[in-house]
Design a protein around this ligand. Structure first.
Ligand SMILES: [Zn+2]
Length: 112
């Protein structure tokens, strides 16, 4: 990956990090509102019980995304960016353009 592409990826990652952190703040605010208005039982049901069978808590998935973005930025610094964590091959740049925080190539991701 050339310097120009790296710069573009870094810009995208930082933008994504900002968006994700804004979403996290909004989600936290929602949770706080819920806590203030409802009983703690409803809160627990909404954020743990119901999510066990459905998707993970929104806040947790946002935190995980944030972690991946931070890791990707770190890898850019260390010149290790764009390498699949599973097979060690280069992640196709087309994939990195659409998902700059991708940690695995498509075929490894599909195996999970
Ligand atoms: Zn791979």
């Amino acid at each position: 990956m050339d310097k120009k592409a790296q710069k573009e990826i870094r810009r995208k990652l930082i933008k994504k990090a900002c968006e994700t952190s804004n979403k996290m703040i909004r989600t936290q605010e929602k949770i706080m509102e819920e806590l203030a208005s409802g009983s703690s039982r409803t809160f627990v049901e909404n954020h743990t019980l119901s999510n066990r069978s459905k998707k993970p808590c929104h806040l947790i998935s946002l935190a995980k995304r944030m972690e991946s973005i931070e890791e990707a930025l770190q890898k850019l610094e260390d010149n290790k960016y764009g390498i699949c964590e599973c097979c060690g091959k280069d992640i196709p740049s087309q994939r990195l353009v659409s998902i700059p925080e991708a940690r695995r190539c498509r075929s490894c991701q599909e195996k999970i």
